[in-house]
Design a protein around this ligand. Structure first.
Ligand SMILES: Nc1ncnc2c1ncn2[C@@H]1O[C@H](COP(=O)(O)OP(=O)(O)O)[C@@H](O)[C@H]1O
Ligand SMILES: [Mg+2]
Length: 237
């Protein structure tokens, strides 16, 4: 297992936002974490990333206990995180935004698989044409992809993406979906939080469904596709 979350509990003040959460992501897998608004999906990602401090439980990544590490160290351990809010630097160029994702500011030449700007351009051709434009001038979908590209520059083994298609046009949803599929084919595991069920199911191998503060269902994408009752219970579809 690449990521293993066991009996995770996270609170906001007195209110329990995660209640004994258990799930895992294997090497190279695409796992979707789905559920209605307010169930705890973003809280789960933030707890893994060290942005929230869980009350109890275990988070293991790549065989190592990462619970309680600060976000910087979690990123160093190999987890890339694309939050719900797109965090580009609007006044920096596309190229400089990408460079901001390089850990320690320097491409690791000892790693033959390290992401380079050229490789990012192969996956996101529009960035090559707009290298010197300011990030703030990109469309919402392009900014989302720039955030993903910047995160890849940190060479994650697991990419956690929170609602990447929120507010995007159907064409851009497809583009983001295809980019995530390519990233998966490049061998990176993905933990995808999505409100767009169809998009998620089209790339996920396995799915976890969240009810309030807990995981209520776990199955393969094919199993969930065949289970209309469960979908109705946990999703708006
Ligand atoms: N900063 C916060 N302070 C207090 N409660 C929060 C905070 N962020 C989220 N919550 C609450 O925690 C629950 C889970 O939120 P969240 O993880 O954002 O859900 P989701 O991502 O599934 O929509 C919700 O009830 C939400 O209102
Ligand atoms: Mg959320």
């Amino acid at each position: 297992m690449l990521l293993e979350v066991s009996e995770l509990n996270t609170y906001y003040g007195q209110s329990r936002a995660l209640q004994n959460i258990n799930f895992h992501v294997d090497e190279g897998e695409v796992v979707a974490l789905l559920g209605r608004n307010g169930m705890g999906k973003s809280t789960t990602l933030k707890s893994i990333m060290g942005l929230l401090k869980p009350h109890s439980g275990q988070i293991r990544f790549n065989g190592r206990d990462i619970m309680g590490l600060n976000p910087y160290k979690v990123a160093r351990a190999g987890i890339g995180y694309v939050p719900e809010e797109r965090r580009i630097f609007p006044n920096l160029t596309v190229l400089d935004n990408l460079k901001m994702g390089i850990k320690g500011g320097k491409i690791d030449k000892s790693n033959p698989n390290a992401w380079t700007i050229e490789r990012i351009f192969e996956h996101f051709p529009f960035m090559k044409e707009r290298t010197h434009q300011k990030g703030g001038h990109l469309s919402g979908g392009e900014q989302q992809m720039l955030t993903i590209g910047r995160t890849l520059m940190g060479n994650p083994r697991l990419l956690m993406v929170d609602e990447p298609t929120e507010g995007l046009s159907p064409i851009m949803v497809k583009e983001v979906r295809n980019v995530l599929e390519q990233i998966s084919k490049a061998g990176i595991a993905i933990l995808l939080v999505e409100h767009n069920y169809k998009m998620a199911i089209s790339i996920a191998h396995r799915v976890y469904l969240m009810g309030k503060a807990h995981i209520g269902y776990s199955g393969t994408a094919a199993e969930l596709e065949a289970d209309a009752e469960t979908r109705k219970k946990y999703l708006e579809v």
